[in-house]
Write a protein that binds this ligand. Structure first.
Ligand code: TYD
Length: 393
C-alpha cells in the first residue's frame, strides 16, 4: 500500500503521560509524522506507539469530565433507545461509563483496556472486559453474551492500529440486523480548521468518510447514515450495517458527505501538502503571539490540559517560559506536569485575578468555557487560540 508522508511534527511524548515531576528521567518520545495512504485515502501516523504505553491503568481521560459531553451521551442514549429499541449493546472503549450506564435494563457490556476505568464500570455492575478489542475477544464475548443489536464506539476505533481485524470483529459481533455506531474526529473538519492537534499518539488515524467506506467494505460493513457533531472540534457519527442487510436504506447524508469531502480535496495529495504549509505558518504566528505577550510581562496560563494541546505545545516549543501553569478540572491531572513541556497543572478553581491571558487548550469547549469565564473576560482577561488561526480572542 503506497504511503506518502506530508507533515513531520517532530518529537512528541505520550499525551496522557502527565508527569509527577518536572524533571522526568527517560521520558518516552516518538516521531509524529503524518501519512496519506494513496489507495484507501486513509490519513494516519507513520509510527504507531505501542498500545500498552498509552492505554494502561494510569489513563487520565474521563469522558464525563465535561458537562457538554455528559449531556451529549445522555441524549444519544435516549435517541438510540427510542429509534432502535435494542435488547443488547456493546461499547468498545467504555471509559468511565458515561454512556453505557444508561442501558442498565438490557444486556450491556463494556470493553475498556484501561483497568482503572474498567474497574469503575464493573463497580456499576456493567460487565466490563479490561482488554484490547480483538477478534479473539469478540469471540469470547460472543460465547457468553451472544450477538449484539448495537455496538457503539466513540473516540476509540481511531486509536486501534489494526483496522481490518477491528471491523471484522465488529461484524462478527453484530446481529444480522445490528447496527454499529462509530464516533471519531472528522478529517475534513481538522483540515478545514487547521487543527493539526487532532494528531497525536492515540489518534493513529483521523478518519474521512471516504476512507472509512474504503476500508470497511472487506469486513462486510457499509455506512448508511452520517451525523455531523460538534464534539472534539468536529466529529462524525457514522452508522454502519452489514452489507447483507438490505432492509436498511442508505441515507442521502452519505453521498452528500462524500461529495463534500471530494470537493474539498480529501482524495488529493495536494490538499495535504497545502495543509502542511499552513500548519508551519500557524506555528510561526502562535509563537509570535506568545513572544509579544511575554515582552509585555503579562501573565499567561493554559486552560484545559488536553491531549490535543500536547501536540501544539511540543510542536511549537511552548513551555514554562511562556505558560506559568495549566488549569484543568480533571482531578488526576492536578499536581502533575504536561508531557514533554513540563508545565505544572493545577486543579481548576476559577481563574486567579492576576492572570491576563489563558491559552485555550480545550478550544473544543470554547462556548462552555466562555460562558463559565464571563468574569475573567469582563475584567479584560483574554483567551489565546490557535484554531483556526492563532489569535487573541
Ligand atoms: P478533551 O476535550 O477530552 O480533549 P482531549 O481529548 O484533547 O484531551 O479534554 C478536555 C480537557 O479540558 C479535560 O482535561 C477537562 C478540561 N476542561 C477544563 O479544565 N475546564 C472546562 O471547562 C472544560 C470544558 C474542560
Amino acid at each position: 500500500m503506497k504511503k506518502i508522508s506530508f507533515l513531520n511534527l517532530g518529537k512528541h511524548p505520550i499525551t496522557n503521560n502527565f508527569l509527577k515531576t518536572n524533571k522526568p528521567k527517560n521520558e518516552f518520545f516518538y516521531n509524529l509524522k503524518l501519512i496519506y495512504h494513496k489507495e484507501t485515502k486513509l490519513v494516519s501516523l507513520d509510527n504507531f506507539v505501542p498500545p500498552k504505553k498509552m492505554f494502561n491503568d494510569k489513563y487520565a481521560h474521563r469522558a464525563s469530565a465535561s458537562i457538554t459531553m455528559q449531556k451529549a451521551y445522555r441524549n444519544l442514549a435516549n435517541k438510540i433507545k427510542k429509534k432502535f429499541k435494542p435488547k443488547s449493546i456493546l461499547e468498545i472503549g467504555s471509559n468511565d461509563g458515561v454512556f453505557i450506564k444508561y442501558f442498565s435494563n438490557i444486556n450491556n457490556v463494556g470493553v475498556e483496556p484501561c483497568k482503572n476505568l474498567a474497574d469503575l464500570t464493573s463497580k456499576m455492575k456493567i460487565e466490563t472486559y479490561d482488554k484490547f478489542w480483538t477478534f479473539r475477544l469478540s469471540n469470547k464475548i460472543l460465547s457468553k453474551h451472544g450477538k449484539f443489536d448495537i455496538i457503539y464506539s466513540a473516540n476509540t476505533i481511531s486509536h486501534i492500529h489494526n483496522l481490518n481485524e477491528t471491523f471484522k470483529a465488529i461484524e462478527n459481533s453484530l446481529n444480522s440486523n445490528g447496527i454499529f455506531i462509530l464516533e471519531d474526529p472528522s478529517l475534513l473538519k481538522s483540515l478545514q480548521k487547521l487543527s493539526y492537534d487532532q494528531f497525536y499518539d492515540e489518534h493513529a488515524y483521523v478518519f474521512s468518510i471516504t476512507a472509512l467506506k474504503n476500508i470497511t467494505k472487506q469486513s462486510g460493513l457499509e455506512v448508511f447514515n452520517i451525523e455531523e457533531l460538534k464534539t472534539h472540534g468536529g466529529s462524525n457519527r457514522v452508522y454502519f450495517k452489514k452489507i447483507s442487510n438490505k432492509t436498511i436504506k442508505i441515507s442521502n447524508t452519505v453521498n452528500k458527505h462524500l461529495l463534500k469531502e471530494k470537493n474539498f480535496g480529501i482524495n488529493n495529495l495536494q490538499t495535504y501538502r497545502i495543509f502542511a504549509k499552513k500548519v508551519l505558518r500557524s506555528r510561526k504566528n502562535l509563537i509570535k503571539i506568545f513572544q509579544k505577550i511575554k515582552k509585555e510581562k503579562k501573565n499567561i496560563i493554559g486552560y484545559g490540559a488536553t491531549y490535543k494541546s500536547s501536540t501544539v505545545l511540543n510542536f511549537c516549543k511552548i513551555d514554562k517560559k511562556f505558560i506559568k501553569y495549566f488549569l484543568d478540572t480533571t482531578p488526576t491531572k492536578a499536581g502533575k506536569f504536561t508531557p514533554g513541556t513540563h508545565i505544572p497543572i493545577k486543579r481548576y478553581n476559577g481563574i486567579p485575578s492576576n492572570v491576563d491571558y489563558a491559552f485555550l487548550g480545550a478550544w473544543n469547549f470554547k462556548d462552555e468555557i466562555f460562558k463559565k469565564e464571563k468574569k475573567f473576560i469582563d475584567r479584560g482577561g483574554r483567551f489565546i487560540t490557535h484554531v483556526p488561526s492563532p489569535k487573541i480572542l
